[in-house]
Design a protein around this ligand. Structure first.
Ligand SMILES: *[C@@H]1O[C@H](CO)[C@@H](O)[C@H](O)[C@H]1NC(C)=O
Ligand SMILES: *[C@@H]1O[C@H](CO)[C@@H](O)[C@H](O)[C@H]1NC(C)=O
Ligand SMILES: *[C@@H]1O[C@H](CO)[C@@H](O)[C@H](O)[C@H]1NC(C)=O
Length: 322
């Protein structure tokens, strides 16, 4: 079923625990892949580590056998009650369908920042009640409270109880398991796309592994990390909804901070392209316009163009007071 978007998104924001930047020279530390904190999650007592299958079982930024884990920061609590959450997404609308994954090539931007936070993400979810919502979210975010800077970071999130007691960003709690990869949850992106020039993208995909039931996150087909099936309830069997697009809080810019008014010129728009999902039979399918719903509650603030033939959305906006 589809929960009210506003309820879902405000819950999402409400249960964040934000953090402040500590003084450090790099954003990650290297940890033995078998000793990463997530593996001590009580639900993972009998979990068998699923490991990068290729011969390249090493991350070039860490010594052999170790994976990069984003550094935890001091916690601060902030008042989310008054946050104004906005979004422009393309969502699946078939409620009876099961999805075993989703993928897109996502452009990466660092607009001049104001407001609270801004995200470009793919969200897969399942769950019958607000408290039963299971979801996995991944993409990029600018979130000074979370990261202590205005950079654009690769960002993941999960919950298995509608953002109440379970789940968190990146590796701030036990659950997400990092693999040998240069890309890690929390990593800052530098460089980013330039308007009218070079575009920097991530080629992201999540696939529910048919054998283990784990949700595997890849970039350019290479394993980045995964969410073990044990930490979920309803997502254990698949997702019922996928949402692709932007979320901006308290007037933050979305995407590259521009309206997507440049036709099909992807050098001047923030975009998701090659949009696809993994169907109930574990086959990759291009998104189908009959099954998609443009979800843009405030088109004066943030816009989204669905370029159906190109399996692409362009989206974004300057934010501010609107
Ligand atoms: C982020 O940008 C805002 C507005 O430009 C500025 O006020 C703030 O100090 C910046 N924060 C950080 C952590 O750089
Ligand atoms: C976009 O930029 C690339 C190089 O960065 C260039 O090859 C391409 O022609 C540009 N496309 C448009 C429509 O300007
Ligand atoms: C994205 O990655 C997939 C492999 O997962 C590959 O087939 C595809 O060509 C890539 N697309 C781009 C634009 O790099």
């Amino acid at each position: 079923m589809h929960p009210q978007n506003s309820t879902l998104l405000s819950l999402f924001l409400f249960y964040l625990v934000a953090t402040i930047h500590a003084n450090d020279d790099q954003a990650f530390e290297c940890v033995d892949i078998y000793k990463q904190p997530s593996l001590q999650h009580p639900l993972l007592k009998n979990h068998k580590l699923q490991i990068t299958s290729s011969s390249k079982r090493t991350s070039s930024i860490c010594p052999r056998g170790m994976v990069p884990i984003h550094k935890l920061r001091n916690k601060v609590n902030s008042n989310f009650a008054r946050d104004a959450v906005n979004w422009a997404t393309l969502d699946t609308k078939t409620e009876s369908k099961k999805y075993h994954g989703a993928s897109a090539v996502v452009s990466i931007h660092n607009p001049t920042f104001s407001g609270k936070d801004t995200r470009a993400q793919i969200m897969i979810e399942n769950g019958e009640s607000p408290q039963g919502i299971n979801c996995i979210v991944f993409g990029w975010a600018i979130d000074p409270e979370l990261y202590g800077d205005n950079m654009t970071h690769f960002t993941t999130y999960w919950t298995s109880d509608g953002f109440q007691k379970t789940g968190c960003y990146n590796t701030k709690c036990k659950g997400y398991i990092q693999q040998f990869s240069e890309l890690y949850a929390g990593k800052p992106f530098d460089p980013v796309s330039t308007y009218g020039g070079q575009q920097v993208v991530a080629n992201l995909s999540i696939i529910r592994d048919g054998d283990t039931g784990n949700w595997m996150l890849t970039n350019y087909g290479a394993l980045v990390g995964y969410w073990p099936k044990e930490i979920f309830t309803s997502l254990g069997s698949g997702a019922d909804t996928i949402r692709y697009g932007g979320v901006a809080v308290n007037g933050a810019p979305m995407g590259n901070g521009q309206f997507p008014d440049n036709g099909n010129d992807l050098n001047k728009s923030s975009y998701f392209k090659d949009m696809a999902y993994i169907d109930a039979n574990f086959q990759k399918q291009p998104i189908n316009e009959l099954e998609m719903n443009v979800n843009v509650p405030k088109p004066n603030c943030y816009k989204l163009n669905y370029l159906k033939d190109q399996l692409t959305i362009t989206y974004g906006g300057p934010g501010g007071s609107c």
